[in-house]
Design a protein. Structure first.
Lengths: 260, 207
């Protein structure tokens, strides 16, 4: 089997600029999404995810511009997430050059959006983001509950059951973030990953908590993730994507190495 | 300046294909069209596609594109991508069976999960294409180069000789096929970085 696992850098975009601190030694303006995307492409990124964090709805259209520009210069899959509410939003982003759209809160408010979207643009474009936190239920069992709004609002929804529902509705892929681990650099919540992987048969992207190269390995080898998404370890230059890939190859994980 | 027509039958997002084509052929005219006359008068054809086979075929018939697609596939360089590869065949198992264009002999089947060989469906991500036969489309592309794939079905051509590239996902399947003017690829060259751009460029250089 030669399908590789994927490494996906995630960029926060506000008003058309990449905003999280990015340290590329030879780029002066690290806020230009095209430059950043090109650099990650050169490093061997398998996909790039843009998370639109623009708060003002007036400025939300700037993301279309970003996608359009990046898609004209960087030819790997581009995923866009953040504030997407309708099939209309999805279509506009795809027309701008996005390949996949990540939907989070809107799917919780209206699960039917996932069915409608996958019917109209195809499952391959639809990624459902699941932000989950550990919880002990009334029977004393370990479960995970879905949160929205960046982990602030509990929904009462069981993450594993939700994952299955989303697969049935036509999600092509799941982006799973542990709210317990996000930002801790302690590694992924491997049990959460395993529980979802045992339930669905679509690809799963692990996110939230990567601190070391071993965390990446564990997410793939033990958490059964098909892809790993990370932000800060790449942005702050802790590791380049190629360093991650070389490490994983040594540990026996199949990776795409580029000669770019 | 030659004209490259990307056939729009309403079933896919064509901007990625158009952008990649414009990037490798800055001096050519790239059009996205569903107009049979425009397709007929172009020099090269790109036939992409996403979504379900039945809807794709319905859409092609609704737009009266079946005849012009078949005709042009025999007359000029013609590149099928993803669903645009699958519906060139005679028949697909998708949607309880779908009759396709029948430009190439063979059928389309779904990946199967066998007990001892669990694979996720769709086949999504970067996988190798193993060259099977020499062809100008492979110029400057190394054997076992990685291309980006997203699909749940794959083609089984009747003529094995037409297969010029294979990919392993649970088992080997035909990922690139060539016959006369037609080249078709299951992966997405427009999303396969340098290697994919080279593939597109090679196609555009075929006379």
């Amino acid at each position: 089997m030669s399908l590789t696992k994927r490494i996906i850098p995630c960029l926060d975009v506000d008003n058309g600029r990449v905003v999280k601190g990015i340290k590329f030694v030879d780029i002066i303006d690290a806020g230009d999404p095209v430059e950043v995307a090109k650099r990650y492409n050169d490093q061997g990124a398998d996909e790039i995810t843009f998370l639109d964090i623009t708060a003002s709805s007036d400025n939300r259209k700037t993301i279309f511009n970003v996608v359009e520009k990046v898609a004209s210069q960087v030819f790997i899959p581009l995923t866009v997430g953040g504030g997407i509410k309708s099939v209309e939003d999805i279509r506009s982003l795809l027309n701008s050059g996005a390949d996949k759209i990540t939907i989070n809160t809107a799917a919780i408010h209206n699960p039917n959006l996932i069915s409608e979207a996958s019917n109209s643009v195809g499952s391959q474009c639809i990624v459902v983001a699941i932000d989950a936190k550990r919880k002990i239920n009334n029977s004393g069992e370990q479960i995970w509950e879905i949160y929205t709004h960046g982990g602030r609002n509990a929904t009462g929804i069981n993450a594993v059951e939700w994952a299955k529902d989303m697969e049935i509705r036509g999600a092509g892929e799941l982006l799973v973030t542990s709210m317990d681990k996000d930002g801790t650099k302690q590694g992924f919540d491997l049990e959460l990953m395993q529980a979802i992987n045992d339930t669905v048969n679509i690809p799963i992207i692990a996110s939230g908590g990567v601190g070391t190269l071993e965390d990446m390995y564990d997410g793939i080898a033990k958490g059964c993730a098909d892809a790993v998404l990370a932000a800060s370890i790449f942005h702050f230059g802790t590791f380049t994507i190629n360093e991650v890939k070389e490490y994983l190859i040594k540990k026996g994980i199949n990776m795409r190495i580029t000669d770019d | 300046m030659s004209t490259i027509a990307i056939i729009d039958y309403g079933m896919s997002n064509l901007s990625s294909v158009a952008k990649a084509t414009e990037y490798v052929a800055p001096n050519e005219k790239v059009i996205i069209t569903s107009d049979p006359n425009e397709i007929d008068s172009s020099d090269k054809i790109i036939f992409p596609g996403q979504g379900a086979a039945k809807k794709c075929m319905q859409s092609i018939f609704n737009k009266n594109l079946d005849t012009v697609i078949t005709k042009n596939s025999k007359e000029k360089p013609f590149l099928g991508i993803c669903m645009g590869m699958q519906i060139l065949m005679e028949y697909s198992d998708e949607n309880e069976g779908t009759k396709c264009l029948g430009i190439l002999k063979g059928k389309v089947e779904k990946f199967q999960n066998k007990n001892n060989n669990k694979i996720k469906i769709p086949h999504m991500g970067w996988n190798k294409i193993l060259k099977k036969n020499d062809h100008p489309i492979w110029s400057g592309i190394e054997d076992e180069s990685y291309f980006y794939f997203v699909h749940s079905y794959f083609i089984i051509p009747e003529e094995e000789n037409y297969t010029i590239g294979e990919t392993d996902y649970g088992k080997k399947f035909c990922s690139v096929i060539a016959n006369d003017n037609i080249i078709a690829i299951q992966g997405h060259p427009e999303k396969s970085s340098k290697v994919g751009l080279r593939f597109l460029k090679n196609f555009l250089e075929i006379k």
